[in-house]
Design a protein around this ligand. Structure first.
Ligand code: URA
Length: 250
């Protein structure tokens, strides 16, 4: 694949901009054999294998990926919308190329796999692979998501029982239930859901007479939020992690 096309596919701008970046000497390519050395390449049509290619564009290192699968540790006070109404968008936490990657759909760049409320923290996935997004967010796929819930009032056994048996939310006659519910201490529980209705955790907890004071998503499928990913930080997902994500047995 030509270097200008690789840059375009990674979100570095229009084809013209990408060709210009190369011709002006802003793009270095890492030698796949001598892993540590980068060399400037001024030939926009030079051929490279995108797989595993590492570039340095205007001094910033970039690992090339055919499709983007990333994990973000969402901080509180951020919205999952591209056009937020009150709080900063989570998309501002990602490097510009991830937000500008060309896609087949009308929307550019990576998209969040489902949404978390502005005050919810933790694990959020983003991708430019529509099938991946669908597989992980469709209620029909039953991918479990674990939420660490802090409640206003003490949690009692009857609340846990009701969450597991199923509660009716205001807009839906069909009850929703937790796939698992474990009390961690008087005001904390881990709730596992396999669907993702609007404000589902908060509404379920309200339906059993309590109230959510803090909400953190810690696990999707078989993958835990890595302890070393700081709040507000992001990273690429590897093949093993992608495998773990789609596990429906958690
Ligand atoms: N349930 C909620 O109520 N809020 C979230 O952000 C996620 C699940």
């Amino acid at each position: 694949m030509q270097l200008q096309d690789i840059l375009y596919s990674q979100g570095f701008g229009t084809r013209r901009v990408c060709a210009g970046l190369v011709q002006q000497g802003w793009v270095e390519v890492r030698d796949p054999v001598q892993q540590s050395s980068f060399e400037i390449c001024k030939d926009a049509t030079a051929d490279f294998d995108l797989h595993g290619l590492v570039l340095r564009v205007q001094g910033v290192e970039w690992q090339c990926h055919l499709k983007a699968y990333v994990l973000l540790n969402k901080p509180a006070g951020t919205e999952c919308s591209q056009k937020p109404s009150t709080y900063p968008s989570i998309y501002t936490l990602l490097p510009p190329p991830l937000r500008q990657r060309p896609t087949k759909s009308a929307v550019q760049g990576v998209q969040a796999v489902g949404r978390l409320d502005q005050d919810t923290t933790g694990m959020l996935l983003l991708s430019d692979d529509g099938q991946f997004i669908h597989r992980l967010s469709s209620p029909k796929k039953h991918v479990p998501k674990v939420y660490q819930v802090t409640t206003k009032h003490p949690i009692d056994a009857s609340q846990i029982e009701r969450l597991l048996a199923g509660v009716v939310l205001d807009d839906d006659p069909k009850s929703v239930r937790a796939a698992a519910c474990e009390r961690r201490d008087t005001h904390r529980l881990d709730l596992t859901l396999t669907e993702g209705k609007y404000h589902q955790v908060k509404r379920m907890i309200a339906a059993v007479g309590n109230r959510v004071e803090g909400l953190h998503r810690s696990r999707i499928g078989g993958l835990d939020l890595p302890a070393d990913l700081p709040t507000g930080g992001w990273r690429w997902l590897g093949p093993e992690e992608l495998d773990l994500l789609s596990r429906v047995d958690g």
